[in-house]
Ligand binder design. Structure first.
Ligand SMILES: Nc1ncnc2c1ncn2[C@@H]1O[C@H](COP(=O)(O)OP(=O)(O)OP(=O)(O)O)[C@@H](O)[C@H]1O
Ligand SMILES: [Mg+2]
Length: 271
């Protein structure tokens, strides 16, 4: 938890985030190690996306601080943040490619925005290298509409690595993909770490993927850290909450809150 420690790339210090009265993150302190893959798991709505949005400062803390390279970033102006964000790649759940641009134009978009490189041959070389990383060299002229879901995610990943970031944040990278395509993404995350030393922070529901790629797994529950350790220690965690989550079991609390909503449906239906 020490932001002075040079093994850490990102540190969240006593991070609390409220939306109105709802406290989504409650005094979370967490550091992410350089060159490692940290996976964040937890039930829907527990604050995983909110947490990673603080790392790129798309959201600002209600309380607490965010550090990148030991430098506080949560209080920077948008212009300064834009510079910091060039060192971070992000892959959102939707993939969010620009539909009106070819694959190559999509990948080169951040390069055009954030670098002065304009030499056509050099740009083509960058796009080719990034596409080769994700196994899609040759797809340069395709439009996103012609790609499968898995291919779109891989192009989005190629775009996320276009500026050679130190860290990549993934929000549910395998959701909606079949097991084979999910595994392609898992292998890519592993490869980026091995070949380029990239630090990854991955939000996922997928325990199989988590176990495969994670150096460390963090489980969030009710805005706090419920468990933190390697895959084995999570599997063996004494916490009921963790055990239920990894086994995909529902808790008494969940059932109670569902009964409330079933009641709501029934009453609303009668009206
Ligand atoms: N901009 C916002 N304004 C208000 N509430 C928000 C906002 N963003 C998130 N929330 C609330 O914060 C809580 C956590 O949301 P978050 O998106 O982080 O969940 P999650 O853990 O990523 O869930 P999922 O697994 O379903 O993606 C939810 O109750 C959500 O409604
Ligand atoms: Mg989410």
């Amino acid at each position: 938890m020490n932001s002075e420690n040079n093994n850490y790339l990102i540190t969240l210090k006593n991070l609390t985030k409220r939306f109105g009265k709802l406290a989504v993150l409650d005094d979370v302190s967490l550091s992410f190690e350089k060159g490692k893959t940290t996976v964040i798991i937890g039930p829907s709505g527990c604050g995983k996306t909110v947490l990673i949005k603080h790392i790129i400062v798309l959201l600002r803390p209600s309380e607490g601080e965010v550090y990148f390279h030991n430098e506080r970033i949560d209080n920077l102006h948008e212009k300064q943040l834009a510079k910091v964000r060039t060192q971070m790649g992000f892959l959102f759940q939707s993939g969010a490619l620009f539909d009106s641009m070819t694959v190559e134009e999509n990948i080169l978009f951040p390069v055009m925005q954030h670098t002065k490189i304009r030499d056509r041959a050099k740009l083509q070389e960058i796009a080719k290298a990034k596409l080769a990383m994700v196994g899609l060299d040759g797809f340069q002229e395709y439009y996103p509409a012609k790609l499968s879901g898995g291919q779109k995610k891989r192009v989005a990943l190629a775009r996320a690595i276009a500026l050679e970031p130190e860290v990549i944040l993934y929000d549910e990278p395998t959701t909606g993909l079949d097991p084979i395509r999910s595994d392609v993404i898992n292998e890519l995350i592993i490869k980026l770490k091995k070949d380029l030393g990239i630090t990854s922070i991955v939000v996922t529901h997928d325990m199989k993927s988590a176990t495969k790629i994670a150096d460390r797994i963090i489980m969030l529950h009710k805005g706090r850290i419920e468990a933190d350790g390697d895959a084995e220690s999570i599997q063996n965690s004494p916490s009921q909450v963790v055990q239920r989550f990894i086994k995909g079991e529902i808790s008494e609390g969940d059932i109670q809150s569902m009964q409330v909503s079933f009641e709501d449906i029934k009453t609303n239906g009668k009206k």
